[in-house]
Every structure is written in C-alpha cells, then in structure tokens.
Design a protein around this ligand. Structure first.
Ligand code: ADE
Length: 225
C-alpha cells in the first residue's frame, strides 16, 4: 500500500512511521508512506500557501492553487483510490473504516491547518473526509498519523502473528479481554487461575466472557450495533 500525505508541517510526521510495526511494514515493502511539503507548490517566493478567508474572521485558509498543483502532480504518478481530507467535521474514524482503507493500494491524505482548506478542493478533489474524534487538533498531521498506524497494521504480513489484529478491540464490536504476563504472582496479585489450565477452549470462552463484560460496562453502545 502506498500512502502519500500533503502537509504544511511535514516535520510533525518525521518520526511516527519510522519505528516498530510501521517501520517493519516499510522494510517488508508492504507500506510506503511519503510525506510531501505543500510549500513545494507555494504560490510565491515567500512560500505562501494560505490566505485570509472571504467574509472576514480570524484564521488562515489553505489556498486552492498549491493544493491543485500538488494533487495534480502526484496524480500524474499515481492513480489514487481515495483522496482523504482529515478534518474534525469528517466522518468518525473507527476500526471498520480502517479495515476498508487497508484494502486500498494508493491513498492521498491532505492535512489541513489553521482554519482548514478552501472548500472548493473538498468539492472537486476530496473523495472521503475523516475525523479521528470529536475534538479539534492543531492540524491534520496527528490525525493522518493515527489513520496510517491503524490501517498499516492491518495490511496482511505486517503483524507477525496474523491473528493478532483479528483479536484486537473493536474487530468484532467487542473490547479486548485483559491480558497478563509473568510472574503469575506479583506482590500477592495473582492472575486468574483459568489462564493456567492449559485448556484452550476454556481459556477462549473466558476471554470472550471478559470481552463481553468489559464492553457492557465501558462501551454498551458497541453492543447496540
Ligand atoms: N484536524 C483537526 N482536528 C481533527 C480531527 N479531530 N480529526 C481529523 N482531523 C483533524
């Protein structure tokens, strides 16, 4: 999968894709993330990419021209399956959306900043608008990083144990069960004995019960779906 990201603060994305699982995905040739600095397509020698909004009001808006130039140049090399704009007024991102995106080959993510991007880019180029939660971030970069992380780990071959993504929270609308590791008694805090039975069926049933209980307590809304 190839993910291109357009940003006015590409430095914010220097690190998230260069460690741990996403780094391995890149080394295995399964996930390629390319971050582009929108200022490369600035409208003048002052590196301008934004301007005041029509109608007045505080905050700058990213202009059409640099975005159109950037998108069209990238489109010459890549046919994007989706052009995503990350924005708090987009559709809420969840595991199902991550699953769907992980099936795509080429994706472009546009990060807004300041007041956002000119609406005409959303009207004429953007094919999907995604929010990572009901709160406002300073820009779209961290939202893009969340999406790339959630999607990247779902690409077949990225996780060592293929089944481990399937048992993540949310994969079947249930939260994950509690997990324990050695020692079995830490300062008198003992692990549930059932985990020591060595009986996979009993353990699987217990985990399912725990998942269900956790979901009922913490996220009953998931059970309504
Ligand atoms: N940009 C700023 N806030 C955001 C959010 N919650 N989701 C996606 N992009 C954003």
């Amino acid at each position: 999968m190839n993910i291109h990201i357009l940003s006015v603060v590409p430095e914010l994305l220097d690190s998230p894709f260069n460690h741990s699982i996403l780094r391995r995905a890149n080394e295995r040739g399964l996930l390629n993330v390319t971050v582009h600095n929108l200022r490369k397509w600035a409208i003048n020698k002052h590196n301008q990419v934004d301007d005041y909004q029509y109608g007045g009001g505080a905050g700058m808006v990213i202009m059409c021209e640099p975005l159109v130039k950037a998108i069209e140049e990238l489109q010459q090399q890549t046919k994007f399956d989706e052009i995503i704009y990350v924005t708090p007024d987009g559709k809420n991102f969840n595991q199902q959306a991550a699953n769907q995106l992980s099936l795509l080959e080429n994706v472009l993510i546009i990060c807004g900043h300041y007041k956002g991007i000119d609406q005409r880019i959303r009207d004429y180029y953007v094919t999907k608008e995604i929010s990572v939660g009901d709160y406002v971030l300073s820009g779209g970069e961290l939202a893009a990083a969340i999406i790339v992380d959630a999607v990247g780990r779902l690409i077949p071959g990225v996780l060592n144990d293929e089944t481990s993504a399937l048992t993540d929270s949310f994969q079947d609308n249930l939260l994950a069960p509690p997990v324990y590791t050695r020692p079995e008694n830490f300062n008198g805090w003992k692990i549930p004995e059932i985990l020591l039975t060595g009986n996979p069926k009993i353990i699987e049933d217990w985990r399912y019960e725990q998942s269900l209980e956790r979901t009922k307590q913490r996220r009953p809304d998931l059970l309504d779906d």
